[in-house]
Design a protein around this ligand. Structure first.
Ligand code: AP5
Ligand code: ZN
Length: 216
């Protein structure tokens, strides 16, 4: 099964991806996590990407498309994969179609902008695994510590209110047009992905149930 999770920053893509991937036995491919790993490793890509990410901008399509094409060649992607945060522009979506990478389902998780700001200000992450928590909505068992490793949780540098506002603006401008892009193909083009809209407000479990119902 090949799935695209579409949604604004803070819509809950990473949170749901962690659940869906274990359910379906497919890897989560988060371009944001891949870029953060490059930043941590201090590679040339990481140094360049950090500036763009901290400012809330988008990394260039060429770089992202190259990263994803390499990633999906790996053996663990044979049963399928779950894209989280990719594609984010029409150019990225078209590049997958041009490369013959068919997708079964596109799931849009929709959340209003005011809820997003509140979610991202309380987000905490485990840098090693990408596991995501929220100080009140989805707290770790021990405050400030990852459930599996006990290691410290951190705040993402791009979660300041000013940067979140910028990221939301870019989402509406560059990523939201993908909704129309996939809707227009669903049921029209051969092998087109099925498009599903999932209301993203409610408990994490409720949203997982809505997603599983859409995918079944
Ligand atoms: P990326 O890491 O993809 O960030 P994003 O899309 O902005 O999304 P987030 O990770 O912020 O949110 P999420 O939807 O995963 O929400 P989460 O589950 O964490 O990208 C970062 C940057 O990398 C980009 O800005 C860009 O620069 C670059 N980049 C990445 N991909 C790129 C691409 N393809 N092209 C170009 N550039 C790219 O949840 C958020 C919070 O809400 C958490 O605290 C969580 O616990 C909480 N929460 C989750 N569900 C619920 C719920 N149901 N109720 C209440 N709280 C909830
Ligand atoms: Zn995420």
């Amino acid at each position: 099964m090949r799935i695209i999770l579409l949604g604004a920053p803070g819509a809950g893509k990473g949170t749901q991806a962690q659940i869906i991937m274990s359910r379906y036995g497919i890897p989560q491919i988060s371009t944001g996590d891949m870029l953060r790993a490059a930043v941590k490793a201090g590679t040339e890509l990481g140094v360049a990407a950090k500036k763009v990410m901290d400012a809330g901008g988008l990394v260039s399509d060429d770089i992202i498309i190259g990263l994803v094409k390499e990633r999906i060649k790996q053996a663990d992607c044979a049963p399928g994969f779950l894209f989280d945060g990719f594609p984010r522009t029409i150019v990225q979506a078209q590049a997958m179609i041009d490369a013959g990478v068919s997708i079964d389902h596109v799931v849009e998780i929709r959340v209003a902008d005011d809820e997003i700001i509140q979610r991202l200000s309380g987000r905490r992450v485990h840098p090693g695994s990408g596991r995501v928590y929220h100080v009140t909505h989805n707290p770790p068992k021990v405050a400030g510590k990852d459930d599996d490793t006990g290691e410290d949780l951190v705040q993402r540098p791009d979660d300041s209110e000013a940067t979140v506002t910028k990221r939301l603006g870019i989402y509406h401008e560059q990523t939201q047009p993908l909704v129309g892009f996939y809707q227009a193909r669903d049921g029209v083009e051969a092998n087109a992905a099925k498009y599903h809209l999932v209301e993203g407000v409610g408990s994490v479990e409720d949203i997982t149930q809505r997603m599983l119902a859409a995918l079944s």
